[in-house]
Design a protein around this ligand. Sequence first.
Ligand code: ZN
Length: 277
Amino acid sequence: MQPEPINDLSKLCIHTITTKPLSIEDAINKYASLGVSGITVWRDAYGPYTPSRIGRLIIDSGLTPVALCRGGFFPSANEKKREAAIADNIKAIEEAGDMGMPMIVLVCGADPTQPLALSREQIKHGIEAVLPHAEKHNVRLAIEPLHPVYADTRSAINTMKQANDMADHFNSPLVGVAVDVYHIWWDEDLQDEIHRCGNANRLFAFHVCDWKVPTSDILLDRGLMGEGCINIPLIREWVNSAGFSGFNEVEIFSEIYWKSSQDEFLEKIINAYRLYV
Ligand code: ZN
C-alpha cells in the first residue's frame, strides 16, 4: 500500500547545495516565490553575507530556517586535526545561532587509517566536546548515518542503529538523528530503527532524493525523487508514524542538474515532491 502523495508545499524544504549554482540571495528569493516553505543552508553558500545577515534574509522572505549543513568530521588519527574539527564545529554552532538555525546536521567523519570503532569513539568525544556550546546557543545536533560506501572517509556511522546508539549515549534533547533516504533505504531494520528513534523523540530531520539505477557517481549523481529505486513515500510514512512532523528536505548533489537551468530544476523538484514524497 502506497501512502497518499503530498499536495501542499508546507513541509517542503530545500538545501542550498541542491541549487548550488544559485547565490544564497537568489536561492532564498526563488524558493520563497515558488511556495517552498523551508531552507537548509550549507556553509559553502554564504557568499558575501554574514550568518546573521543570511538569517535576516531568510526571515524577511517568509521561509522557515530549518538547518545548517554541516558539522562533524570529528575522527582523525592526528590529534591536532581532531582539535581543529572540534573548534570548527563550535564555530558552526555559533554560526547557526547567529543565523537563527535551530539545528546542525552532523556528517560525523571517518579516518581510513584507523578502525571504524575508534572513529566512532572519536565522534562520541567530539559531540561531547561541542554539546555545551549547542546548549548555550540552543542548537540541535542531528547525527546523519551515511551509506556504508562512505565509511572510508565520510562517516563511521552508517546505519540508523549506530546513529540511534550514539544519540542514546548522550540522552540529550539536543542530540538526535537525521534520516536521509539515500543513505539508509537498503537497511532491513529501517522501519524498527525509525520507530525507535521517534519513540525517543530523536527524529530531527528527514532528507529526500533518489538512488539512480545505475548511478554514475556515488557522490554527485543523486536523483530527483522518483528517478531511482527508493520507496520514498513508504519511508516518509514510517517517519511520520514515528511522530515526525518536520520538513521533508530535498537534498540533491547532481553534476547533471547543477549544469541545467536552476529555474527548470526547481520546477522539477516541486513536481517530483508532489508525486513521489
Ligand atoms: Zn542528507
